[in-house]
Ligand binder design. Sequence first.
Ligand code: MD3
Ligand code: FE
Length: 223
Amino acid sequence: MIGPVDRPLEASPRQALLFAGEDAELPLPEGLWRGRSFFDSTTVAAQAAAIAHAAPFRQMRVPGGGLMSVAMTNCGVAGWVADEHGYRYSHTDPLTGQRWPALPEAWRHLAHRAATAAGFVGFEPDVCLINRYASGARMGLHRDSDEADLRQPIVSFSLGASAEFLWGGLHRRDPVRRVPLHEGDALVWGGPVRLAYHGVAPLRPRGGPPERLNLTFRRALAG
Ligand code: MD3
Ligand code: FE
């Protein structure tokens, strides 16, 4: 007989991995470094709550007129803010008129350690943007380009509910890949992929924590 032989379908090794479910693990896109269980999430969450006590989470308005679905606050010498006029780093919190809370020394160390592990020497973050995702909150594809020195990497820490990170590559039309991010994950990117497009798919908490926090450590001001 000519044609397909009658034998059971066999999964390729890659498919077998995918079908294994939770533990499915695709390689990270080139240029991203990830550390799992990189920090103590209970301690970092408590520190974030203390910061949010002084500088509350708020949904910022964007130039188009709408509100971001993600609620944000900052700590450090400046904070990333959006309003009807645009996006920038501000030395003070527009909500309180006060300086942002200090960047905890322990956070600075953790971010420096993550950058070092990823191969970036001498990362000295001066700001940390804290993003809070409730169910349904998302971040559309964008690039982080408001920082003064784009040679510096960015370090991010994930806490709470897992999320699908969207990796769009260097050009807006590049295909988008999904990378799961879990509590305790540290992600570092810089150099050739510093200006890559990225975002976060709408948060769908699945029985675990109802919200997600993401901390991004940056060098915002010229050093
Ligand atoms: C890879 N935050 O605050 S962090 C942002 O999860 C932001 O809240 C997302 O994008 C969040 O601007 C993603 C992980 C991340 C961020 C930026 C990247 C990974 C990146 C830029 C280039 C490559
Ligand atoms: Fe970003």
